[in-house]
Write a protein that binds this ligand. Structure first.
Ligand SMILES: Cc1cc2nc3c(=O)[nH]c(=O)nc-3n(C[C@H](O)[C@H](O)[C@H](O)COP(=O)(O)OP(=O)(O)OC[C@H]3O[C@@H](n4cnc5c(N)ncnc54)[C@H](O)[C@@H]3O)c2cc1C
Length: 336
């Protein structure tokens, strides 16, 4: 016997998490499936320690704290949350419901699908050195999760994009020394305030250079070898190396589902109900595309409920068009 859900949300970023909560407000049997082993999407991966200032009513909150709160909120109505499973294929069944197939072969059955997949699954571009694996996770990092762990250390940052310079500016005041190694001759899109801060704290920049070797012992980096445009090699003392060489992302197998996509952004085109060109499949958050789309966390907090209300209406045309506001919602009033 299959376990059929009313709605399955694919993607556990901020949009997916909030939507799981709202779906509970509508008493829908809800499942959320996330490809990574942690929830929070790009917030968790790229900026857990950065402060977000543009959420209504919250003057400032660290990315990680926001995700913790979203997760707690998402769990209010006890949806089924599955991590470490990327959904790849979808089949429409004879009765109009869907079968979802994850890359590990697990099957999920659902009446409706809400895609909250952002730009799809993402993989950082790793440092292309054989010895890199030995240091990854101990002294070679692809993201800064805990700024304090670099306190008092010699840190080398490889990369020259905004992300790399952001970290350089942020780490400089608390590190012993920060060196940026960048292949370009100059920074082309650097934010003024990052450059000012890097100057202020004496960040060393090696332009037209790249990291060509690592040395250390037991996973602990000691030195980074850097080669410049003239093929000169230099050893830089390093307790940690942070690599910011961008990342690969994409809808992957989801593109084969046949939903209409926006040509420039590859976003999934949706109508006012947040429904895609395939009936019964909705898209929200950064994945969704429509005129005047805002790529903000707050946008997903509106698009998710619109999609959920559309699902509710499809499954129960007599239900109210939206959930009772939380101040009057029986679930919360009965708690008082
Ligand atoms: C550096 C940076 C700073 C930012 N700062 C701000 C800010 O200050 N304020 C603001 O409002 N916004 C900010 N943003 C934008 C904000 O992070 C995004 O708008 C938001 O994360 C979008 O949420 P989402 O849930 O739609 O997508 P995402 O956060 O991208 O989450 C999508 C999730 O779906 C999962 N997924 C993808 N494909 C599959 C699949 N096939 N199966 C299962 N799971 C899948 C992914 O693993 C991911 O966890 C910033 C973005 C960046 C990169």
């Amino acid at each position: 016997m299959i376990d059929l859900y009313d709605v399955t949300i694919i993607g556990g970023g901020p949009a997916g998490l909030y939507t799981a909560f709202y779906s509970g407000m509508r008493a829908l049997k809800t499942k959320l499936i996330e490809a990574r082993n942690d929830l929070g999407g790009v917030v968790t991966h790229f900026y857990p320690e950065k402060t977000i200032y543009d959420l209504g009513g919250i003057p400032g909150i660290k990315g990680e704290a926001l995700i913790d709160q979203l997760q707690t909120q998402a769990e209010t109505f006890q949806p089924k949350i599955i991590k470490n499973q990327a959904i790849a294929d979808m089949e429409r069944r004879a009765d109009g419901t869907f079968k979802l197939i994850s890359t590990n072969g697990d099957l999920h059955y659902t009446r409706r699908i809400i895609l909250a997949v952002g730009s799809g699954t993402f993989e950082v571009n790793r440092l292309q050195l054989e010895e890199a694996r030995e240091y990854e996770g101990t002294s070679l990092f692809y993201a800064v999760r805990r700024i304090q762990q670099f306190s008092g250390k010699n840190v080398v940052i490889s990369g020259g994009g905004n992300g790399a310079l952001d970290w350089a500016a942020e780490l400089a005041p608390l590190c012993k020394r920060v060196t940026v190694v960048y292949r370009g001759e100059r920074f082309t899109h650097a934010l003024e305030h990052n450059l000012e801060r890097m100057n202020q704290y004496g960040v060393q920049v090696n332009y037209a250079s790249e990291v060509t070797g690592l040395s250390g012992e037991n996973g602990q980096l000691r030195n980074v070898t850097v080669r410049d445009a003239g093929d000169h090699l230099q050893q830089i003392k390093a307790d940690a190396l942070i690599v910011n060489h961008g990342f690969q992302c994409g809808l992957g197998a989801l593109e084969q589902w046949g939903m209409a996509l926006e040509t420039e952004t590859n976003g999934i085109l949706v109508d006012q109900r947040m429904e895609t060109s395939i009936k019964g499949i909705f898209a929200i958050g950064n994945a969704a595309s429509y005129p005047q789309k805002l790529y903000l966390i707050a946008a997903g907090f509106v698009e998710g409920p619109i999609a959920v209300n559309s699902v509710k209406h499809d499954l129960d045309p007599d239900a109210p068009s939206q959930a009772m506001v939380s101040t009057h919602h029986h679930f919360f009033t009965e708690m008082i």
